[in-house]
Design a protein around this ligand. Structure first.
Ligand code: C5P
Length: 234
């Protein structure tokens, strides 16, 4: 039954975007939605408000943590920040591919070293190729940045569902993380390219990022049950 949540193999593919500025509210949402989500995404808003406490809190609740702070700085700084993230137990960390190969390589190494020194599993660095809001980015830039990211050792990429087909050819072993998930006909907010969970999985997404479709609902658990009903009934 959809109301009981997702089976473990699907739950581990669902990341809950906790785009709120208050850890109490984030904890409440995470607890309510835990039956559907195995990954908690801590973004810039929550990280600015609550810092590493947000990471610890989600780990304590049993989530894998996706720290979405999109690092973009000189290699030394990115490496140091990524090392801290790895040591804190973060499983996924985003970095801008725009930062170039030296920055990405330093970030990947730092992230993995931080986890290794803390005797934690090796985590996955995720590259952002182009922001969905960047209407000026030329089309050829996505494959070029993807190549840089893969060569630098990033294990995953954040992309629109519409890019999944190209990615299968360009980087078949890369973890594909897809935001913009909505129920069919649901409110899109500012997501230009929304897809349903079924569509994203059918196109080869490995990790689905879901935010406002559930977090803004009057009853987030009921919204999650509805959003994922098609997967549970299969
Ligand atoms: O739209 P939703 O609330 O589901 O967004 C979830 C995540 O998708 C956000 O935390 C953000 O990282 C990403 N996003 C995006 N493009 C947008 C809006 C959000 O990639 N236009």
């Amino acid at each position: 039954m959809a109301n009981e949540g997702l089976p473990p193999e699907l739950r581990s593919k669902m990341a809950l975007a906790l785009d709120v500025d208050d850890l109490v509210q984030a904890n409440r949402l995470a607890k309510q939605l835990a039956p559907w989500f195995g990954v908690a995404k801590v973004g810039l808003e929550l990280y600015t408000a609550a810092g590493p406490d947000a990471i610890g809190s989600m780990i304590d609740m049993g989530f894998d943590v996706f720290l979405d702070i999109k690092l973009h700085d000189i290699p030394t700084t990115v490496a140091r920040s990524a090392t801290v993230a790895g040591a804190l137990g973060v499983s996924y960390l985003t970095m801008h591919a725009h930062g170039g190969s030296a920055m990405l390589r330093a970030g990947v190494e730092g992230f993995q070293n931080g986890a290794r020194e803390a005797e934690l599993p090796i985590p996955t660095a995720l590259a952002i190729t182009v922001l969905t809001s960047d209407a000026d980015a030329p089309e050829h830039i996505v494959p070029a940045r993807l190549r840089v990211a893969v060569e630098a050792g990033c294990g995953g990429i954040v992309c629109a569902a519409s890019d999944l087909k190209d990615l299968r050819e360009l980087a078949p072993r890369t973890l594909r993380v897809v935001p913009g998930i909505r129920a069919a006909g649901g409110e899109r907010h500012d997501q230009p390219k929304a897809v349903t969970p079924e569509e994203a999985l059918a196109e080869g997404a490995d990790l689905l990022v879901v935010g406002r479709a559930v977090t803004l609902a009057d009853d987030p658990a009921a919204a999650a049950a509805e959003l994922f009903a098609g997967l549970v009934e299969r």
